[in-house]
Design a protein around this ligand. Sequence first.
Ligand SMILES: NC(=O)c1ccc[n+]([C@@H]2O[C@H](COP(=O)([O-])OP(=O)(O)OC[C@H]3O[C@@H](n4cnc5c(N)ncnc54)[C@H](O)[C@@H]3O)[C@@H](O)[C@H]2O)c1
Length: 431
Amino acid sequence: MPPLEDKSFTSTPGKFKVERTHAMNRQLHRCFASASTMFLWVIFLIALTASYLSFRRFVDSGSQYFAASWGGFQWEKQVLNSAQAHRSGGLSVLVTGAAGFVGTHVSMALKKRGDGVVGLDNFNNYYDPTLKKARMYLLQDHGVFVVDGDINDQRILAKLFDIVAFSHVMHLAAQAGVRYGMENPHAYIHSNIAGLVTLLEACKSAYPQPSFVWASSSSVYGINEKVPFSESHLTDRPASLYAATKKAGEETTHAYNHIYGLSITALRFFTVYGPWGRPDMAYFSFTRNILQGKPITIYRGKNRTDLARDFTFIDDVVKGCLGALDTAEKSTGSGGKKRGPAQYRIYNLGNTQPVTVPTLVSILEKHLKVKAKKIVVDMPGNGDVPFTHANISLARMELGYKPTTDLQTGLRKFVRWYLSYYGYSHGKPSN
Ligand SMILES: NC(=O)c1ccc[n+]([C@@H]2O[C@H](COP(=O)([O-])OP(=O)(O)OC[C@H]3O[C@@H](n4cnc5c(N)ncnc54)[C@H](O)[C@@H]3O)[C@@H](O)[C@H]2O)c1
C-alpha cells in the first residue's frame, strides 16, 4: 500500500512539484493577503481613531466656543458697534458694573450724548439678578452692549482691549453694601481688591492706556467725626470691610498711577438713590416693606440720635461721573512703562444736605400714601456709620459738579419708577 500521502497526489513527479508550488504560493499569497489586509485594517483603525480624536477636540473647543458668553465674530461685531462714538471727539468707554444701578445710568448718559460704551458685568446674585438683566435690556435698547463677564477674567479684558482702543474706563463693578461684609467677606476681596488689580493690569498694558475713573465711597471716612467730610481728611479708620476695600482701592490705584503712569480719578459717592436703584439699600427695602404692609427697622445712633445720610440723587452723580471723565487727562504710560507723571485725583460726590432716616421714611410715606410700621432699635456694630456729610467744593471747582435734586423730588421719581416697575397701580399690585 502506498503511503497515504501519495494517494492524494498523482504519481507524476513534475506535476506534483508544480501542484505543490501552486499550493505554497496560494498559502503564501493568502498569508500575505491577510497580512496586508490586517495592515490596512490597522492603518484604517489608526486613521479612524485619529480622526475621531481630532473631531472630539474640534467639538470640545467648538462647544466651549459656543457655550462661552463671549468671543466669536458676532460678539466682536457687537462690541465694536457699541464702542463706536457718534460725535466728533467722542469718548470710547469701558463701563464695568454696567448692569448695576449707577453703571446703567452712566452708560445711558454717555451713549445719549454720542460716546461709545461697552459694558461689563458678571450679573452676580448679591441682589435680584433679574433687575440687572432688566437694566441690561434697557441698555441694549439704547445701543449699549453689556458683556457678561468678571473683571477677574484676564482673557475677556485682554480681548476687549485688543479689539477696542478704549479712551476711558469707568470702573463701577464692586461688591457693594456694608453689612454683607460680615456674611461674605471674600466677595469684597474678589471684586474690590483682586478684580481691581486685574483690571488695572489690563489698563496698564493696553495701548493706548485708558484714563481710569472709578467709584470709591464716602465710607472711607469711617469713624471720622469732622464734618463735612473733605478729601483732605484722614481716611485710615474704616468701620467696615467694604470701606477698607475701597480705601485699599485708593491706595492700589495710586501705586498704578505712580509706577505705570495711569491717569486715575476716584469718586467718593455718598448714598446714591433713584430709579433702577439697589434693592439692598434702605430707601428701596423700606418702600418694598411699606407697600407690603411689613414692618421696617430703623436704626438709632448713640444717645438715641437719628442716623443721617447725605442722600445724592442718581442724575447728579451721573453728571459728576461725566465731569470726571471729561476732565481726566490722558494716561502717560505705554507698553506697560510710565513716560511721565500722570494725574491722580479724588473727589466727593455728595449732596451736602444730610437728611435723617426718620425724615426719609416720612417722605416715602407721603409719596406712597401708606403709613410705615416702624421698629426703632439701637444700631448694631455692623459697619454702618452714624452720619455722612460731603464737602463738595473740590468737585464743584474742578468737575463743574453741582447737585440740584433734593430728597423730596428724588424720592418722588424713585417711587414713580418703583410702582411702575413692580406693577403697582393706585398703591396696589396691578395683577
Ligand atoms: N450706590 C451707592 O450709594 C454707592 C455709594 C458709594 C459707592 N458706590 C460704589 O459705586 C459703584 C456702583 O454701585 P451701585 O450702587 O451701582 O452697585 P451695584 O451693585 O448695583 O452695581 C455693581 C455692579 O457690578 C457688578 N459686579 C460686581 N462684582 C463684579 C465682578 N467681579 N465682575 C464684574 N461685575 C461685577 C454687579 O453685578 C453689579 O451689577 C460700586 O463700586 C459701589 O461700591 C455706590
